[in-house]
Design a protein around this ligand. Sequence first.
Ligand SMILES: C[S@@+](CC[C@H](N)C(=O)[O-])C[C@H]1O[C@@H](n2cnc3c(N)ncnc32)[C@H](O)[C@@H]1O
Length: 258
Amino acid sequence: MRRILTIGIGAGDPRQLTLQAIDALNQAEVVFIVEKGEEKRELADLRRAICARHVARPQRTVELDEPRRDREAAAYGDAVHEWRSARADLWANAIHRELGEDGTGAFLVWGDPAFYDSTIAILDELLERHATSFTYEVIPGISAIQILAARHRIALNRIGGAIHVTTGRRLAAEGIPVGVDDVVVMLDAHCAFTAFAAEPFDLYWGAYLGTPDELLRAGPVGAVADEVVQLRADARARKGWIMDTYLLRRRVPATTPG
Ligand SMILES: C[S@@+](CC[C@H](N)C(=O)[O-])C[C@H]1O[C@@H](n2cnc3c(N)ncnc32)[C@H](O)[C@@H]1O
């Protein structure tokens, strides 16, 4: 039976691969790299550099181009459906074509496969809907969320508290749910934190975490929001892409003893 390893590779620093991830990487004869357009080429290159650094066996890399998605289509649901099934076909064919009956292949996942990554969902879809069979395992990685906390030297929760993880789009559309004090935000192209500038929140922001281009800023949202917006725009223009993550933390008044 073919075997697929879904390996979390950390979010930018090749030293953040776990020993388990390196071990898994070295079991794969083929590494599948999903290409997501020119601006993400740097990330695909980083994945290749990680293999070169940690792999001590003959190994092939196979690039899978993401099918083009028709974002202008009138029937949005149909377009997404078509795109997903084109992508599933591509992956199923590649697994069959590139791996022998008992071969092992790996998908390298940015950060940790548990956070905003579709690899597990696609593999499940292949097993459910396509005439294909393989076993798969998931090897965790260090997420951008953890790097953010480490670089700012903070814990994400307060004592016994909850952490809410969401996207920029949801934060902008829904705000912060009642009772939530600590919100981690990923996938925010529009700086949704600016809406909280007049509220008692601190922002802990990081871009290109774990890479030589890393940027960090922290402070009351009202005080740092403009600077972060500018930094973000400049960095994006310079590099052609940006990945940033942040924590919005409600300032809780200190309780007076007694
Ligand atoms: C598609 S999600 C993938 C998250 C990934 N699975 C993880 O665990 O970090 C991409 C988002 O992760 C965050 N991200 C990933 N790598 C990052 C990095 N090196 N620095 C800052 N944010 C990063 C950004 O919010 C980005 O929009």
